[in-house]
Ligand binder design. Sequence first.
Ligand SMILES: [Zn+2]
Length: 291
Amino acid sequence: MKTLNFGNVTIDRIQDWYGALLELTTFYPTYNQAEMDANRDWLEPHFLPVKGSLREEMLHLSLHTFIVRTGSRVILIDTCVGNDKKRTVIPDWIGRNSDYIEKLAAAGVSPQDVTHVMCTHLHHDHVGWNTKLENGRWVPTFPNARYIFDKVEFEGWANKQDDHGLDGAYADSILPVVDAGRADLVASDFALDDNVWLEPSRGHSPGHVCINVKGTKGQALFTGDSFHHPIQVAHPEWYTAFCMDKDQSTAARNKILNKLCDNDIWMLAAHFNDPTAARVVSNGARRKLKV
Ligand SMILES: [Zn+2]
């Protein structure tokens, strides 16, 4: 993804992982191959393997962190799976050893520079680098950062820590941040300042939020896991097998699309493959992405 320059705000992305996660028919209970094929003209080649290519039946996902720089602030949005985590669900993510910190450094960010970490929700692929292992203990990776978690999301998982969507992350990537006094549990309309504010998009998880970022010359919405694949821009009724409330998540997608469509606001989703940043435009009776 090329740097987005909004005047007094810039946005970059570092990618931590890309791969084939699950079969599309498993991920989307209402998956329809004809509807996917009808959108190939704009999905290929960035967002869908070309017809007949290897593992085309799989959902291909990116894991990445967005870096938002506003004046003196350096904000990370979602922190991928992290290193050394005892996960069980996705083989590639178990005890991972990635060069994430080096990639951050290449983007000009040291852990000490980060002023805020914001998580759209607390699934294990969005919170991993919140902490790192140090002398056998999980400690905040970004020692000077405030970590912004939606209060409903934090409390909604407290009694469901064995959920497969967390896969152990609550204990090793959330609670150590809270115990270290670095977490701010905020309302779903929390505003960091005039440039950065939350808006609720419940359904995928109990307290899922989108994050608005606005500069003097541009605006973006970080949509987290309200969308996993761009096909949901054309078919917002496609919920995932991992949505906590499918009707609520579909309502959230429709609300987001109504906000973004033909409005020159960049859509920055947590799992869309490079170039990731795109705008939502009308496409007949439906919508599509324009990269
Ligand atoms: Zn995710």
